[in-house]
Design a protein around this ligand. Structure first.
Ligand SMILES: NC(=O)c1ccc[n+]([C@@H]2O[C@H](COP(=O)([O-])OP(=O)(O)OC[C@H]3O[C@@H](n4cnc5c(N)ncnc54)[C@H](O)[C@@H]3O)[C@@H](O)[C@H]2O)c1
Length: 270
């Protein structure tokens, strides 16, 4: 273990959905700590922009176009990682697809897209990552970006997304047990709303309801604000590092107290 157990210096880290939002912030922070990054995404333009931004900060990263929900892409991604780096130390499963479709209107196509990226994609990346780690006989860590939607119901057409995130939580526990003997730790993070470009765009689509929607979201968060991408990246940093050597199978809310807060609770007098 390095002197600073939180250090990721020299670690080989694969990040899915790395081209934007939380994934890109994770790259900034982990790359800034000396990690070697493999940025995977379907968005080639975003990948190139992300890589250029990191290069300007002195962080070297390689990019790979891969759709997390396509098995052949994920296999190709980890073959590339094996060829370039020999092995990988850490996987950040982050790429996800959402929907705002009521259950009764959810077509099989919508269901398959959401579950395919947000659940099957996590499995495929974890499976291919585990093969590299097990073959290298070195410890590994997986951090799955879940959501508070994986543990509580949101409504507003989040049905398929919530089901996927609930699956991610249970996948986290099962894989933590399955792979403990191979020294692969598997943990998940459950963010509340995070102030990413994608999230802001969704709030804007609500038009006149955007302001009351924001007020509603913040009212549910005892810390009084939505999360910033940095808040999530800090938790990823910890769980990915040797400082979390005894942490596995954990589903960590990074939600300002949202999941802890009962809908009938108050933050002071009522
Ligand atoms: N932003 C939030 O409010 C919030 C809240 C809770 C959980 N999360 C979770 O955090 C993670 C990141 O969210 P974000 O807000 O940064 O998302 P985002 O939409 O800003 O970025 C997601 C990235 O994933 C990529 N992507 C989408 N589908 C892909 C696929 N099939 N294969 C590969 N890449 C793909 C996109 O191109 C994009 O770069 C997701 O797992 C999301 O569910 C986000």
């Amino acid at each position: 273990m390095s002197k600073n157990a939180f250090s990721l210096d020299g670690k080989v880290i694969v990040i899915t959905g790395a081209a934007g939002g939380i994934g890109m912030e994770v790259c900034r922070q982990l790359g800034g700590d000396g990690a070697k990054l493999i940025m995977a995404d379907i968005d080639e333009v975003g990948l190139a922009a992300g890589k250029a931004e990191l290069a300007a900060r002195g962080v070297s990263a390689v990019t790979f176009k891969a759709n997390s929900s396509v098995e052949a892409d994920v296999i190709a991604l980890f073959k590339f990682v094996a060829k370039e780096f020999g092995m990988a130390d850490i996987l950040i499963n982050n790429a996800a697809a959402g929907t705002h479709t009521p259950p009764q209107d959810t077509t099989l196509e919508i269901w398959d897209t959401v579950i395919g990226t947000s659940l099957t994609g996590y499995f495929l990346n974890a499976r291919e990552f585990s093969k590299l780690v097990i073959a290298a006989k070195k410890p590994g860590a997986i951090v799955n970006i879940s959501s508070i939607a994986g543990s509580s119901a949101i409504g507003r057409g989040n049905f398929a997304y919530s089901v996927a995130k609930g699956g991610v939580n249970q996948m986290t526990r099962e894989l933590a047990i399955e792979w403990a003997k191979s020294k692969i730790r598997v943990n998940a993070i459950q963010p509340c709303s995070v102030n990413t470009p994608g999230w802001r765009k969704w709030v804007e689509t609500e038009g006149e309801k955007a302001k009351p929607l924001m007020e509603l979201l913040v009212r549910g968060i005892p810390m009084g604000r939505v999360a910033e991408p940095e808040d999530i990246a800090h938790a990823v940093h910890f769980l990915a590092s040797d400082a979390a050597a005894m942490v596995t199978g954990t589903i960590l809310p990074v939600d300002g107290g949202n999941l802890a807060y009962n809908a009938g609770g108050t933050l002071g007098d009522y």
